[in-house]
Ligand binder design. Structure first.
Ligand SMILES: Nc1ncnc2c1ncn2[C@@H]1O[C@H](COP(=O)(O)OP(=O)(O)OP(=O)(O)O)[C@@H](O)[C@H]1O
Length: 246
């Protein structure tokens, strides 16, 4: 594997006194498309939130391009090139697409805003055609694209994307995932949390399975079948394996 740009070692984190991540180890090289999967409550979203500085870290560390970012706050993490696309539609519904993008550009200098908005419109032509539409009047898929676009506008090196397919029709899911692939093709790393395992396995180069706050499987999607995936989600082990370490 190429030199990791993101290196997570023994990460333990949660909410207040509640422990959710129980020692996560994960190295991700720049440009990789990683799908984080696992049963409900495994800690997938918590891992993304932890990388974005939004949980209580109890142990371990996160290193990004050789720098220890474990203790950084979200704003500083964003400045380091890590962006988070939260679950659900969190854009500003009574503002136009253009205005939403302007809101997302709050960390940029005025002179950069137009160029970055144009860059995003090049990447997401659908949004360009809807630039004067109120975000709340767009379809679920278009709103999800806007969410991704608002994060991409920061030109992150890593995009943390949480369940982009929730509530979307199959065709809208297709559009969102196609856009994620296009973004990934520009060299951005993507860490995707996704319940739609079929779709996630199609697009990702690597599948990382979490259970009870730990990585229990890590490999190429082609190396695991859907039945094996289901077995892992359910029992934490592959058929034939007897011992599980938690
Ligand atoms: N803000 C919070 N405060 C307290 N507990 C939380 C909070 N957010 C999540 N949790 C708890 O953390 C655990 C892991 O949640 P998380 O959302 O990370 O799981 P997940 O693997 O993404 O699951 P799902 O696939 O159901 O979204 C759950 O038991 C959840 O109830």
């Amino acid at each position: 594997m190429a030199e990791p740009s993101l290196s997570i070692k023994g990460l333990r984190a949660g909410y207040g006194s509640l422990d959710i991540l129980n020692g996560v180890d994960l190295d991700v090289p720049q440009g990789q498309f990683v799908a984080l999967m696992g049963p409900n409550g495994a800690g997938k979203s918590t891992l993304l939130k932890t990388l974005y500085g939004m949980t209580t870290i109890k142990g371990g560390n996160i290193s990004w391009q050789g720098k220890d970012i474990t203790a950084l706050k979200s704003r500083a993490i964003l400045a380091e090139g890590i962006s988070w696309v939260p679950q659900g539609r969190c854009n500003f519904p009574v503002m136009t697409v253009d205005e939403n993008l302007q809101m997302a550009a709050y960390t940029l200098r005025d002179s950069q805003v137009k160029a970055e908005r144009d860059y995003v419109y090049d990447l997401f032509p659908i949004l360009k055609t809807r630039r004067n539409t109120l975000a709340g009047n767009m379809s679920g898929g278009e709103q999800q694209l806007l969410e991704v676009a608002m994060a991409v506008l920061q030109r992150p090196k890593i995009l943390l994307v949480d369940e982009p397919s929730v509530g979307l029709s199959p065709s809208a899911i297709g559009i969102v995932f196609d856009e994620l692939l296009r973004i990934n093709a520009t060299g951005q790393t993507i860490l995707l949390v996704e319940q739609n395992t079929k779709k996630a396995m199609e697009v990702a180069q690597r599948a990382v399975i979490l259970r009870l706050g730990k990585v229990i499987w890590d490999g190429r999607p082609a190396d695991i079948t859907h039945d094996e995936l289901g077995e892992l989600f359910l029992t934490g082990r592959m058929r034939g394996e007897t011992e599980v370490e938690h």
